[in-house]
Design a protein around this ligand. Structure first.
Ligand code: SF4
Length: 302
């Protein structure tokens, strides 16, 4: 298959001048997505029903080759979002080969069979894998197309192939897990040499979870702090205090926490502006440190 067109996220298209709009942040990563129908049908995701959307963002089809030079001159990184159809990995490879390696390329994917992932070795420096769910029962409900056990094995083998912390595992808070479930999963991944990247469940119109609420902001901030402490080797999940699945930070002073705790954390330069939230509401992951309000800790309920 010869791919000429790929989907550009709205922010990427605006920065490249392909769409009109006023950028709210100076986006560092260019987000691209392969076209076509996703067969996976993850229950929280709109992509299998609407090929022009992923999370709350609209995506637009443009000729990739016309934009390659400009993308490489404008952005710090390219992130290719995949969908799932038979042998889609070959189409991903074809997109990657159009770049001249002036800027690094990440691929973000979920696979039924992770043996295929090896074919990306040498082409990308970071691979994002969508585990998405912190618990097996939630995974089985939300991602029935995929296998929990095979995904964990895939994460492990991808980490061996791509190297320590070059595999980024996406997790979505707010799918029914407890804070403890999420924090233990973050620790497990980090111990495996995999970088855990946290996102907030986003109710999307047209999915069966369109009326489910996004996670409580206080709870999300606490998980962000735990993620930061774990991935900075400051504290381990076993040292946290949990009660009935909730985390309690007893007597800890967070006033010196760095603002980047609350910034989108994944690959270097990852920003994904407003994937999880409208700029007008609660911002779960800030795309840039300058946007983190100085009084952010007020989000945390006592
Ligand atoms: S594989 Fe990705 S794009 Fe496809 S339904 Fe699942 S989350 Fe959405």
């Amino acid at each position: 298959m010869i791919i000429m067109n790929v989907l550009f996220s709205l922010g990427s298209a605006v920065k490249l001048g392909l769409k009109r709009g006023v950028p709210l942040v100076d986006q560092r990563t260019c987000y691209l997505m392969i076209e076509g129908k996703c067969n996976a049908g993850c229950l929280f995701c709109i992509r299998s029903k609407d090929q022009s959307k992923l999370s709350r963002l609209p995506w637009y089809s443009f000729d990739l080759e016309n934009s390659i030079t400009q993308i490489e001159a404008t952005f710090e990184r390219v992130c290719i979002q995949s969908i799932n159809y038979n042998k889609f990995i070959f189409d991903i490879k074809e997109i990657i080969t159009k770049f001249s390696k002036k800027i690094p390329v990440s691929v973000s994917l979920s696979l039924k069979d992770y043996s295929e992932i090896e074919s990306l070795h040498g082409d990308v420096d970071k691979v994002g894998i969508g585990l998405d769910c912190a618990r097996k029962d939630i995974f089985k409900q939300m991602k029935p197309y995929y296998s929990w056990d095979k995904t964990w094995k895939g994460i492990e083998s991808a980490s061996e192939i791509f190297g320590k912390y070059n595999v980024i595992c996406h997790l979505i808070a707010g799918l029914g897990e407890t804070e403890k479930d999420m924090i233990l999963t973050i620790q497990k991944l980090f111990d495996m040499g995999v970088y855990p990247s946290l996102f907030a469940f986003t109710p999307i119109k047209g999915t069966i979870y369109e009326k489910l609420s996004p996670p409580n902001i206080s709870s999300y901030r606490k998980i962000q702090i735990a993620q930061y402490l774990i991935t900075s080797n400051i504290k381990k999940a076993e040292e946290f205090h949990f009660e009935k699945g909730d985390i309690f930070f007893k007597g800890e002073d967070f006033n010196n926490l760095k603002s980047d705790v609350f910034v989108t954390r994944g690959c270097p330069s990852c920003d994904r502006p407003f994937y999880n939230e409208s700029p007008k509401g609660n911002i779960y992951n800030f795309p840039d440190i300058s946007l983190v309000p100085p009084d952010i800790l007020k989000d945390i309920e006592p």
